[in-house]
Design a protein around this ligand. Sequence first.
Ligand code: SF4
Ligand code: SF4
Length: 139
Amino acid sequence: MILPLLKGLRRTLMTLFSRPITIRYPEEKRKISPRWRGMHYFGKDAAGETLCVACGLCTAVCPSHCITLEIREREDGSRYPGRYEIDALRCIFCGFCQEACPVQAIRLGQDYENVRYARKDFLLTREILLARNRDGGTD
Ligand code: SF4
Ligand code: SF4
């Protein structure tokens, strides 16, 4: 009768002095892999403008069809996204858009805290993508 109890106590004592595997979230953040695919953001040039050249490769490769792109042209013939939106609720975070982009304009960040209360807040517009950075903050 007492043997199972002693065994249980032994296990408890062993765990008591071992390194904890839990962390004190949210004060303490978990270290994530550099290959983590979080919420999107735009790579920017020195002037703070998007690197996107509106080639449309990301929209073509996206399996969820959740990227909307409206192509505009400047006077010199160069292209830019007049409207660029990602519906993050439909996105499966496969990373194909990031891989397909020839100028590393669209990127997936390292953040993992993306709780929002309204569907509209999951619509990543061009302006939101420009304001966001790799860690989910704003520049
Ligand atoms: S991560 Fe995948 S599903 Fe999401 S926008 Fe990019 S290509 Fe589409
Ligand atoms: S984000 Fe990249 S792949 Fe998508 S349209 Fe812009 S330049 Fe092309």
